[in-house]
Design a protein. Structure first.
Length: 293
């Protein structure tokens, strides 16, 4: 190497599904040495053609490099793949989708076997990997030392966001954001259903819907502020009582349009419960307290 050459960290990658393969291609494109393993060996061929080394077993892949990234189907797959591997002294980064409890248990499992552990939650789909302008990123939690040691390498496929030493926090952030996404999709599905039988082009509603959702999104900052302060009446623009009074209009419109109320009814039921507790002057933030058991 010349004095201006930066040596690229070599790593091992276990799991070559759509996401794992995208991660591997990104590291190879940036000149990182890569050893790969997949239960179905044929899936390694495209990456081998691009310069990766193929290991015959997960244990062999783990032995090849100190940095080991795992991106498998589920937590059970991780344990099965690594059961025969020597993890002593390895830096294990687990990008397999799982729950916070699974991440915490896997961190303990890794530590008992002499490995340092970092858990990750990928906020991207495979086409976004290796394409910085798409805005994809990965939540990381667990060993802060491990994160800083490999941050540049981990940032190659997607941006990085470290969210704490608790190994479960990456999965928790991941599921929290995805849960909000599905709530948004549910609202959008109801909106499209309302116009489905009318002479209204869905393509004409789409930009209005996108703009409206974008305009409403900053309200989450107000919710966060109320949760931190404990004062759910602070900065209220439309009170809970006022919004509950409008519920019959939404339900009647759905009935008139021949649309099921099942996506809206659970949330409306929580709003009515909170109002029944005498919290009509609040914002909608109090619904959160009804959800926490």
């Amino acid at each position: 190497m010349t004095q201006h050459t930066v040596e690229k960290t070599s790593l091992s990658l276990l799991g070559l599904g759509a996401m794992g393969s995208a991660l591997g291609r990104a590291w190879l494109a940036e000149g990182h040495g890569l050893t790969v393993w997949n239960r179905t060996a044929d899936r390694a061929r495209p990456l081998v053609a691009e310069g990766a080394k193929q290991a015959d077993s997960a244990a062999e892949a783990v032995a090849a490099n100190s940095l080991v990234v795992v991106c498998l189907l589920d937590d059970t797959s991780v344990e099965e793949a690594l059961s025969g591997a020597d993890l002593e002294g390895r830096d294990l980064v687990n990008l397999t989708t799982g729950t916070p409890a699974q991440a915490r248990a896997r961190a303990e499992w890794a530590h008992e076997r002499g490995a340092r552990y970092l858990d990750g939650g990928i906020m991207a789909v495979p086409p976004m990997i290796g394409v910085p302008q798409t805005g994809g990123y990965v939540f990381y939690s667990g060993s802060q030392e491990l994160f800083h040691r490999h941050r540049e390498t981990l940032a190659v496929p997607a941006g990085t966001r470290y969210v704490g030493r608790d190994a479960g926090f990456a999965a928790l952030h991941d599921v929290a954001l995805l849960s909000a996404m599905y709530g948004m999709f549910a609202g959008a599905a109801h909106a499209f259903a309302l116009i489905r039988k009318e002479d209204i082009d869905p393509a004409s509603l789409a930009p209005l819907l996108a703009d409206w959702l974008a305009a409403m999104a900053p309200a989450v900052h107000g919710t966060a502020g109320q949760l931190r302060s404990g004062d759910y009446t602070r900065g209220v623009v439309s009170s809970l009582a006022m919004q509950v009074a409008g519920i019959p209009t939404f339900l009647s419109t759905a009935e008139e349009q021949g649309v099921s109320q099942e996506l809206l009814s659970p949330y409306f039921a929580l709003m009515r419960r909170r109002l029944a507790e005498g919290r009509g002057e609040e914002d909608l933030t109090g619904v959160i307290d009804l959800l926490v058991r």
